[in-house]
Design a protein around this ligand. Structure first.
Ligand code: SF4
Ligand code: ZN
Ligand code: ZN
Length: 322
C-alpha cells in the first residue's frame, strides 16, 4: 500500500525521518519552510536587515532559497536578487536563465553580473590550468570569484546582508575538510551568520539544515524552475565525492546523523577563537575591496595572473604563441 501522509492521510511524497513522518506535497513544503524559518530565527539571521540580497546560481538550492525567502519574508524585507555569469560554456547560460526566470516570476528586482566584464571567465582559468600556465584548482578560484563578486554587488546595492543557498552537505563537507587540513581558523568562520565588517557584508545561510534532497523535492513540488545540469568542472571523484557518499551511507543506517553532526560542527566552530582577521583587513589598492593581505585582494591578483597568462597562450588548438 502507498504510504499516506502522517498528518492529513493524503498520498505521501517523502518520508522525513527527522520527524518520523510520511509527508504529502503540502506538508513536505510546510516542513521545509518551517525548518528555514526556525533556522533564520535561531541564528537571528535577519535582525537589523532591511535590504537582503539573495545570491542565486540557478541551481536547485538557491532557487528554493529565493522562493522561500520571498514567501516568508518578502513583505517585510526589500529582497534583491543577484546572479553571476561565470562564463562556463554549456552551463552558465542555463544557470543565468533559470535565475532570471525566478526573479521575474516573483517580481524581485535583480542584477546579472558577468565575470566577462572583468576580462576573463572560469573557462579561461580551466584552459590555463590545462596548459600548465596556471596552477589553481578551478573550483577554489570559482568560489573566491563568487564571494568577491557577490560581496561587491551587495555593497553597491546597499544591502544589509547576503543570503546564500549553502545546504547541510556543504556545511559538513567544508567543516570536515577544514578539520582534515587543520584549518581551524577557517572552521571558526563556519557560522550560519557572519556579521558585516567594514566592506564585508553579512552572510546568512538559511538552508544549512536542509539536504539537497529536500531542496530538489521542494523545487519540483512547487514548480520552481532551476538548471538541472551539473557544472562540467564539478569533481566526479576524489575525497569530497567519497565523503559525501560516506555521509549518506551513515545517514541511511542512522537517520538524523548528518543533522546531529552539523550541529556538533557548529558548536565546535563557535568555541574556536575567531582570528582577528577583520582587524587586519585593509583595502585592495586596485579595487578598494577588503583584503586580508597588503596590496591587492585575491580577486585582483588572480585577474592580473589570468590576463598575463592569457597573453602567452593562444586559443586551444592553435598552440602556444610563447
Ligand atoms: Fe564553480 Fe566548481 Fe561549482 Fe563549477 S563546480 S560552479 S567551477 S565551484
Ligand atoms: Zn499531508
Ligand atoms: Zn581588488
Amino acid at each position: 500500500m502507498e504510504p499516506k501522509c502522517s498528518i492529513c492521510g493524503s498520498p505521501a511524497v517523502a518520508y522525513e525521518h527527522t520527524i518520523r513522518a510520511h509527508l504529502c506535497g503540502t506538508h513536505f513544503t510546510e516542513f521545509v519552510e518551517r525548518r528555514v524559518s526556525r533556522t533564520v530565527e535561531k541564528y537571528k539571521m535577519l535582525r537589523g536587515v532591511k535590504r537582503l540580497v539573495v545570491a542565486v546560481s540557478g541551481g536547485k538550492d538557491s532557487v528554493t532559497l529565493l522562493r522561500i525567502m520571498h514567501k516568508l519574508y518578502g513583505e517585510h524585507l526589500e529582497l534583491l536578487g543577484v546572479t553571476i555569469d561565470l562564463g562556463i560554456s554549456g552551463y552558465s547560460g542555463g544557470c543565468v536563465e533559470a535565475a532570471v526566470r525566478n526573479f521575474e516570476a516573483l517580481g524581485v528586482e535583480y542584477r546579472v553580473v558577468r565575470l566577462g566584464d572583468y576580462g576573463f571567465s572560469i573557462d579561461d582559468v580551466n584552459l590555463l590550468n590545462r596548459r600548465r600556465v596556471l596552477r589553481r584548482p578551478v573550483c577554489s578560484v570559482c568560489g573566491m570569484v563568487k564571494r568577491y563578486m557577490i560581496n561587491k554587488v551587495a555593497l553597491e546595492l546597499g544591502a544589509d546582508a547576503v543570503a546564500t543557498g549553502h545546504n547541510l552537505n556543504d556545511l559538513l563537507l567544508f567543516s570536515l575538510m577544514d578539520i582534515m587540513s587543520a584549518s581551524f581558523s577557517e572552521l571558526s568562520k563556519l557560522r550560519p551568520k557572519t556579521p558585516t565588517s567594514g566592506k564585508l557584508i553579512s552572510r546568512v545561510r538559511p538552508l544549512i539544515f536542509l539536504t539537497d534532497k529536500h531542496t530538489l523535492l521542494y523545487a519540483l513540488l512547487n514548480n520552481v524552475p532551476f538548471n538541472p545540469a551539473d557544472c562540467p568542472y564539478a569533481p566526479q571523484r576524489g575525497i569530497r565525492v567519497d565523503l559525501l557518499r560516506a555521509l549518506d551511507k551513515v545517514e541511511e543506517g542512522n537517520p538524523g546523523f548528518k543533522l546531529a553532526l552539523a550541529l556538533g560542527m557548529l558548536k565546535l566552530a563557535g568555541k574556536l577563537h575567531v582570528p582577528e582577521a577583520q582587524e587586519g583587513i585593509g583595502e585592495c589598492k586596485l579595487c578598494g575591496m577588503p583584503t586580508g593581505s597588503p596590496g591587492l585582494c585575491s580577486f585582483c591578483k588572480l585577474r592580473s595572473q589570468v590576463l598575463r597568462a592569457r597573453e602567452v597562450v593562444a586559443p586551444e588548438g592553435q598552440g602556444s604563441s610563447a
